[in-house]
Ligand binder design. Structure first.
Ligand code: KG4
Ligand code: ZN
Length: 347
């Protein structure tokens, strides 16, 4: 099945065409990062207005580049949550109108479940059921959670963040350090020249009496950085800044790895997927390789273009048979707070 996917949940306007849930025929992403950079974060009003201005062209390019033309499309998949309500609305409205016009089925997709599917894009083998049960670490700008995937579409949350997401911790830390938005790539770059042991920042362990010990907490780390910077008599030199960034990054990476390792040992899975924008982090990727070797698990990492928000993962997940279809898809409303696994409860 050839599926056109549309994604507008945050600040990327994206469309893609994917065949058989795995073969990406086109993947167009218009990133709005440059439009939000002056504000140091995503401004919802700016995001939705720019989705509106660029989505039509992004979709037309994806269809053209796929080589299939409009007539070759067999279904239309769209993100209906979670994300910014006014941004989701732009994608969902266009998708509903377009699917009606093309007389093809509409499929509503959960953005986070699509991230979990992203490592499966581009290779036909192995089939998804053969990789299950697996554990997925979803680490993005808005979400951080550990999910047990018993089978395609069967999700069980193991741990989640009690405050900031990992990507948010990178973004807020970068702001304190005076680095560019988005903070993840800025800290990643600067840390290449830094010593990760320079400062020992807290790893945000959660006591099991308050929540699952597989949960995350990053707000204390951000405060620790703030207090460290305030306690310095003079602004850090360029060298010290690289050391501070590397130490801060190390604390986020270690927190993610610590909980992931615990989950892998407890659940005894053979496959681990790490997905979302933070999966681009070079230090995380380096340390994940070591964890995978030590634990004897196979690591599933998406290709870089499928880590950050894109529509190929939306079309791919729909092509694999997941998502909301049938009459319910036509009356679907946006769900800004949609959780992983909720799509299955609704469909
Ligand atoms: O998945 P994504 O594109 O959007 C959401 O669904 O949130 O993730 C964006 C997040 C941002 O917080 C950004 O700082 C982070 O991913 N990010 C990184 C890197 N590249 C992007 N974090 C750490 N290291 C990176 N190289
Ligand atoms: Zn995302």
């Amino acid at each position: 099945m050839n599926v056109l996917g549309i994604e507008t949940s945050c600040d990327e306007t994206a469309a893609a065409v994917v065949s058989e849930g795995r073969v990406v025929l086109s993947n167009i992403v218009f990133s709005q990062i440059h439009l939000h950079r002056p504000y140091g974060g995503v401004v919802p009003e700016v995001a939705s207005r720019n989705h509106l201005a660029s989505l039509e062209d992004v979709v037309a390019r994806a269809v053209r580049q796929s080589g299939l033309g409009w007539a070759g499309l067999e279904a239309l998949a769209v993100t209906y949550g979670p994300g910014l309500a006014s941004s989701l609305l732009v994608g969902l409205s266009l998708a509903q109108a377009l699917a009606l016009r093309l007389c093809i089925p509409l499929i509503g997709i959960n953005h986070l479940e699509a991230h979990i599917y992203s490592p499966l894009l581009t290779t036909l083998e192995p089939a998804w059921p053969d990789l299950c049960p697996m554990i997925a670490l979803v680490a993005s700008g808005g979400h951080t959670s550990l999910i047990h995937v018993a089978a395609p579409g069967k999700y069980r949350p193991l741990g989640w963040t009690l405050d900031d997401a990992a990507g948010e911790a990178f973004d807020k830390g970068a702001k304190l350090l005076g680095l560019d938005y988005p903070g993840g790539p800025s800290i990643d770059r600067l840390s290449q020249a830094g010593d990760p042991q320079y400062i020992s920042f807290p790893r945000g362990r959660v006591r099991s009496s308050t929540a699952s010990d597989l949960c995350f907490s990053f707000s204390g780390l951000k405060t620790a950085l703030l207090y460290y910077l305030r306690a310095q008599a003079t602004p850090p030199t360029a060298d010290a800044l690289a050391h501070i960034a590397a130490s801060y990054q190390e604390a986020i990476v270690d927190a993610l790895l610590d909980r992931l390792q615990l989950a892998v040992t407890r659940e005894r899975v053979a496959h681990v997927a790490v997905v979302g924008g933070v999966a681009l982090n070079s230090r995380l990727r380096q340390k994940l390789e070591c964890l995978a070797r030590a634990e004897g698990v196979q690591l599933l990492l998406p290709r870089p273009e499928y880590c950050s928000d894109n529509a190929a993962m939306i079309a791919g997940l729909a092509g694999s048979g997941q998502g909301i279809t049938g009459p319910r898809a036509w009356t679907l409303d946006v769900q800004p707070n949609l959780e992983i696994g909720e799509t299955q409860l609704c469909s």
